[in-house]
Design a protein around this ligand. Structure first.
Ligand code: PXP
Length: 262
């Protein structure tokens, strides 16, 4: 049963900064600049709680050398986004990041387009999740905000899921935004009731982060592309600090609204 709103304690909402697109810019020219490790160190100073990096099969942005350098040089917890493949499992077990987020990956996609089919891929995911967990790596599954995916994640024993906020972020009309937000609200409630730690991410910006950050069940948001783009205009530190403040303000407003209703 879902907890009544006023009994929900709002945890501090962690901000994981995804630095993939620092590497995208570097790779456009080759060479070493801009350096994802430098971005990760700056993110820590600016208020990030974690660093997220996706080592894709085609190494289009983060490379194996980047992963080595991140593991060796950053003090924030590292969340490695990875496909459910033997190659990525081996890399994760070698580096032992704080967390691994299993994502679907298709070579032709521009970014992670859909959520993981946790329901349909039980047999592929189960051994990978247990090997990661045995190594002390916290596993999350990046899934669409759907009850059947949440239930599948819980059956798989994943302690964390990250809700795909792409459809919410890309919704255009007010009705679409409201419908996608309602799916996130329902999923956050369902997931928390199943005992899952709830995270969310994809496509979040200063303009759309508020309602997501206010969801009491969430513990972490992972945000990348917008912050790296915004860094072109304001610098990375100020962009991250502004996102951190937007999340905190929205969460405080949500808590005040719950208290007023109680
Ligand atoms: N979470 C996951 C699982 C992702 O794959 C991505 C994109 O790499 C993000 C969060 C961050 O999305 P964005 O770069 O759009 O903020």
């Amino acid at each position: 049963m879902n907890a009544p709103l006023h009994t929900l304690r709002r945890h501090k909402l962690r901000l994981g900064v995804n630095i993939d697109h620092v590497a995208t810019i570097r790779n456009a020219r080759g060479g070493l600049h801009p350096d994802p490790v430098r971005a990760a160190l700056l993110a820590a100073e600016a208020g990030a709680d974690g660093i997220t990096a996706h080592l894709r099969e085609d190494r289009r942005h983060i490379t194996d050398a980047d992963l080595d350098a991140l593991v060796g040089n950053i003090s924030l917890p590292l969340n490695l986004e990875m496909a459910a493949t033997d190659e990525m499992l081996g890399i994760a077990l070698k580096h032992r990041p704080h967390a691994a987020c299993i994502v679907p990956e298709r070579r032709a996609e521009r970014t992670t387009e859909g959520g993981l089919d946790a329901a349909g891929q039980h047999n592929v995911l189960a051994p990978i999740i247990s090997r990661l967990q045995d190594a002390g790596i916290r596993v999350s599954l990046f899934i669409a905000p759907e009850a059947r995916q949440l239930e599948a994640a819980a059956r798989l024993g994943a302690p964390v899921v990250e809700l795909h906020t792409g459809p919410y972020s890309h919704a255009v009309t007010e009705a679409e935004v409201a419908a996608e937000m309602a799916r996130l609200v329902r999923a956050a409630e369902t997931g928390a009731a199943l005992g899952l730690e709830m995270h969310a991410g994809h496509g979040l910006t200063f303009d759309n982060v508020g309602p997501v950050a206010a969801l009491a069940q969430l513990h972490e948001l992972n945000i990348g592309h917008f912050l790296i783009g915004e860094a072109v205009f304001t610098g990375l530190g100020p962009a991250i600090a502004r996102m951190r403040a937007a999340m905190d303000e929205s969460r405080a407003r949500g808590a005040a609204a719950d208290a007023a209703r109680a």
